[in-house]
Design a protein around this ligand. Structure first.
Ligand code: ADP
Ligand code: ASP
Ligand code: MG
Length: 449
């Protein structure tokens, strides 16, 4: 097969019958689209997370299950052939109801994954039937047969070699006969337990699958016509970026631009698959192309914002003119598998932020045993309610006066942990969560409007 396109549709793109029909039209428009990756219908994953956290009152639980059912039934009602799909949804809802009851006694990461996976399992039944009714030769495929991960529930890591072998064996041949519709976000470990890649993980799934089938293109269809200079919900004057490099887009995703899951571009970059981001509501508006080589490399490209940051400051007078302190700190963090994001150091202290990718979306915690062990070494202070703002660009420091321009605009804000230098593509800092959006707005006005 020469041109092989993978198209991913996010939650709002498959929110209801009309939205799903627009997705089907996009698929019909491009005959090289052989594989479709779908998120859960908009709002469903949040409801499932509520159930997974454990809803004690049976009536409250039922009310959530009814909402989930209503979202899916309202689409099925518009089909000519309703029975089969309704049966598939009912079967999933029955299992979901028992799992939600189990979670009300004891919730846990493994059960959470089984519960939240139901969203994608349901949406793909419906999208497939909708496509079939429009005359598309569509077939639904359970991606858990291919998307092998480790057992780290809530933020599972893909096993690339296995995914590639399984995709070649099970998925690729199917794509030669049909347009295959499959789930984003979910996978399974070697024992067959359902796992998930973390919130917003469908983008990452689509890229992993595109890599595994050696696709020639990946389209991410969402609710905005491309990647903007910042989240248009924060700065209404943000403008779409027609073309952006893999490195710049990766920095944006890593630093919180919700438009792409942070890991999405890794597989695309490994296999040099060009990625397109566009709006399924307004496909005619075009979108953003993410490629290895792009024509422009502006000094300032975009701003990203990530909330829920946990900052840990470690202080030790013993660190003064000695060696080995940082090694000891990082040994402890590594022993407990704590992943670190930003770091700044002074002569006697080090500040770092904790990485976060799991399903809960809450600020990551420094576990008590890790804190206790660090306290044997130094003073430990943990702070919450912080946001990370990242300015993405190219060789920002090459032009004189850039620091004055950036920090001058932010003179009224109390900036913490300013980091620049390790990557030529980003400059970032922490700011109090309450004033973070304002900081992005002000900086956007200064640099992009
Ligand atoms: P989907 O459900 O399709 O995956 P998401 O809600 O995860 O969609 O991502 C799309 C949203 O990302 C947009 O509605 C927008 O608010 C947000 N966003 C954040 N940063 C950006 C950006 N730089 N450009 C465009 N959208 C952004
Ligand atoms: N449905 C999942 C979520 O809401 C995955 C995704 O949409 O990408 O996080
Ligand atoms: Mg998303």
């Amino acid at each position: 097969m020469s041109a092989f396109n993978v198209a991913k549709f996010g939650g709002t793109s498959v929110a209801n019958f009309e939205a799903m029909s627009r997705c089907a039209a996009i698929i019909e428009d491009n005959p090289s689209t052989k594989l479709v990756v779908s998120s859960a219908c908009s709002g469903v994953t949040n409801l499932l997370v509520e159930l997974a956290l454990g809803v004690q009152n049976p009536d409250d639980r039922q009310a959530i299950l009814d909402k989930v059912r209503a979202i899916h039934y309202s689409i099925i009602e518009q089909f000519s052939e309703q029975e089969k799909t309704r049966y598939s949804i009912d079967t999933i809802l029955t299992t979901l109801s028992s799992m939600a009851e189990a979670a009300s006694f004891q919730s846990g990461d493994k059960l959470t994954d089984h519960i939240v996976a139901c969203g994608e399992l349901m949406s793909t039944h419906i999208l497939t039937q909708l496509m079939i009714e429009r005359g598309i030769n569509a077939v639904r495929f359970d991606i858990r047969e291919v998307l092998r991960t480790n057992s780290d529930h809530g933020k599972a890591e893909p096993v690339i070699a296995d995914i590639s072998a399984l995709a070649q064996q099970k998925l690729y041949p199917l794509c030669q006969q049909h347009v295959v519709v499959t789930q984003g976000f979910i996978g399974s470990d070697v024992e067959g337990n359902t796992t998930t890649l973390g919130r917003g993980g469908s983008d990452y799934s689509a890229a992993l699958i595109a890599e595994a089938v050696k696709a020639s293109g990946l389209e991410i269809w969402t609710d905005v016509p491309g990647i903007y200079t910042t989240d248009p919900r924060i700065a209404p004057k943000a403008t779409p970026i027609p073309e952006i490099s893999f490195s710049e887009a990766s920095e944006m995703a890593n630093f919180g631009a919700k438009i792409l899951h942070p890991s999405t571009l890794l597989p695309a970059l490994r296999h040099q698959i060009p990625v397109f981001v566009g709006s399924s509501r307004e496909p005619e508006k075009g979108g953003t192309w993410i490629r290895k080589q792009v024509e422009s490399a502006p000094q300032f490209r975009a701003l990203a914002l990530r909330n829920n940051q946990t900052m840990v400051t470690l202080r030790s007078p013993d660190m003064f003119q000695t060696y080995g302190f940082l090694a000891q700190v990082f040994n402890i963090l590594a022993k407990y598998q704590i992943s670190v994001d930003l770091i700044t150091t002074s002569e006697v202290s080090v500040s770092l932020t904790l990485d976060q990718t799991n399903t809960s979306g809450q600020a990551p915690e420094l576990p008590a045993d890790v804190k206790a062990e660090l306290e044997q070494l130094c003073l430990v202070e943990v702070e919450y309610n912080l946001s990370l703002v990242a300015l993405i660009g190219n060789k920002m420091s090459a032009k004189k006066g850039y620091a004055k321009q950036v920090f001058g605009a932010l003179e009224d804000f109390n900036l913490r942990m300013i980091c620049y230098g390790a990557s030529p593509h980003n400059l970032c800092f922490l700011v109090g969560e309450a004033e973070a959006k304002k900081a992005v707005e002000v900086l956007h006005r200064e640099l992009f409007e």
